[in-house]
Design a binder for this molecule. Structure first.
Ligand SMILES: *Cc1c(COP(=O)(O)O)cnc(C)c1O
Length: 355
C-alpha cells in the first residue's frame, strides 16, 4: 500500500529534457527538471515540496562545508518492459540512510517523506527514465548540515534533498584493480559503514596514485593488518572460487550494499553456495595461482563491474571473464527483476503511480 502524503509541487516552465540523449546519457551528468526539498530547524521537519531543479544559496559559514556532516544515498528507478516504472528497494535504502545519519549525528527525515519524495520526483520527471535496458534514472537523496556557524558542533539545521539524473553504463570495460596495502579507506570504529562525504574525499588520493600506475581502482584492505579485502571504489567486491560466492562480511568498515545484498539473495535462490567471511588477499592470490577465479564489483551505479585483473604487489593475475561466468548470470537475474521480466518474489520493486 502506498502511503498517502502529498507535497506542494511547483513545475518547471522550461523542461531541459530535449538537451539530453536518453539513449546514451552518460552517468549523472544532467539533472532532471525537478527536485525534492525539505528542511529541519527548531527541532522539526518542515516545508517538504517539489520545485524546479536549481542552485542552492548557502552562507559561507554553513557547517557542512567545514565539518563534513553530509550523507547521501544512491538508488535507481527502472523502466519496466510493460512501460511502468519501479524504484528499487526503497525501504532498505532508507534503513541505510538512517544508519548513516545517526552515525553522523544528523536528524532523520520521516520515512513517508523519503518514500513519497522519491515517488513524486519520479512521477514528475517520468519522461527522463530511459527505455534502454542498460540505463536507468539514478536517484540521489542526500542531507547536509545547513546551520550557519563557524564553531565545530553537530548542526541544529539540515536540508534534505532528492535529485535525479539519467544514468547509462558506469564503466565501459572490465576493471584492472590493485590491492592497496598502504592507504586505508576505513578503520574499525570509524565511519566506513556510513555513506558520508568524508569517506570519499579521503579515497581520492590513493585512487589517483593507482590510476597513475595504470589501474582503474584500488581494492582496499582492512585498516589493522592490511590483510583482508574490503571493497573497491563505491562498490562491494565479490569473488567466485570453486563454485562458491565469497564476499567480505559486514564488519562495520564496509558499506552494507543493497546490490551486494540483492546478489547474495539471488545466488542463494539459484542454489549457489555463499560465504560472507573475511578473505585475505594472500588466500585470493593463492586461489588465482591455482585455478579459475571470478571477481566483480557490485553497486547501484555500476550494477556489476567485472574485474579482469588483480595486482598483488609485484604479481598480477587475470580473472575469469568468460561468457558463462556467474557474474553475468547475477546481473541478468537482477535486471530481470528490476525490469519486471522475472517475478519480484522478494518485494524489491515499488511501482510508481504515473498518473
Ligand atoms: C554506495 C556504496 C556501495 C554500494 O552500495 P549499493 O547500495 O549497492 O549501491 C559500496 N561501497 C561504497 C563505499 C559505497 O559508497
Amino acid at each position: 500500500m502506498e502511503t498517502m502524503v502529498s507535497f506542494p509541487i511547483r513545475k518547471t516552465l522550461h523542461s531541459r529534457l530535449a538537451e539530453i540523449d536518453l539513449a546514451d546519457p552518460g552517468f549523472g551528468q544532467t539533472p532532471t527538471d525537478h527536485m525534492f526539498l525539505a528542511e529541519f530547524a527548531g527541532g522539526e521537519w518542515r516545508d517538504p515540496h517539489l520545485e524546479p531543479f536549481r542552485d542552492l544559496s548557502l552562507s559561507p559559514f554553513t557547517l557542512a562545508l567545514h565539518y563534513g556532516q553530509t550523507v547521501f544515498e544512491g538508488m535507481k528507478a527502472f523502466r519496466q518492459t510493460d512501460g511502468n516504472i519501479a524504484i528499487f528497494r526503497i525501504d532498505k535504502h532508507y534503513q541505510r540512510f538512517t544508519h548513516s545519519l545517526e552515525r553522523m549525528c544528523m536528524a532523520v527525515p520521516p520515512y513517508e517523506w523519503f518514500e513519497q519524495g522519491l515517488r513524486e520526483l519520479v512521477r514528475l520527471d517520468q519522461a527522463w527514465v530511459p527505455h534502454e535496458p542498460e540505463a536507468a534514472l539514478y536517484l540521489r537523496p542526500f542531507m547536509i548540515a545547513s546551520e550557519s556557524r563557524l564553531g565545530m558542533k553537530a548542526s541544529d539545521e539540515y536540508l534534505f534533498l532528492i535529485v535525479a539524473a539519467p544514468a547509462g553504463r558506469y564503466y565501459a570495460r572490465p576493471l584492472q584493480v590493485k590491492v592497496e596495502t598502504g592507504f586505508i579507506r576505513a578503520a574499525p570504529g570509524g565511519t566506513g559503514a556510513a555513506k558520508c562525504g568524508g569517506n570519499y574525499g579521503g579515497s581520492l588520493y590513493p585512487t589517483r596514485q593507482a590510476r597513475a600506475e595504470g589501474f582503474d581502482q584500488v581494492l582496499w584492505t582492512d585498516g589493522l593488518q592490511r590483510e583482508y579485502l574490503e571493497e573497491s571504489g563505491t562498490m562491494n567486491v565479490m569473488f567466485v572460487v570453486d563454485q562458491v560466492l565469497i564476499t567480505p562480511p559486514l564488519s562495520g568498515t564496509i558499506l552494507d550494499g543493497i546490490t551486494r545484498d540483492s546478489i547474495l539473495t539471488l545466488a542463494r535462490d539459484q542454489g549457489l553456495a555463499v560465504e560472507e567471511r573475511p578473505i585475505a588477499w594472500r588466500e585470493l592470490e593463492r586461489a588465482m595461482q591455482s585455478g579459475r577465479v571470478e571477481a566483480f564489483g557490485a553497486g547501484t551505479a555500476a550494477v556489476i563491474a567485472p574485474i579482469e585483473w588483480i595486482q598483488f604487489g609485484e604479481n598480477g593475475y587475470a580473472c575469469y571473464t568468460g561468457e558463462d561466468a556467474w557474474m553475468y548470470r547475477f546481473k541478468n537475474a537482477l535486471n530481470a527483476v528490476r525490469r519486471g521480466e522475472a517475478p519480484d518474489v522478494h518485494g524489491w520493486n515499488s511501482r510508481v503511480d504515473l498518473g
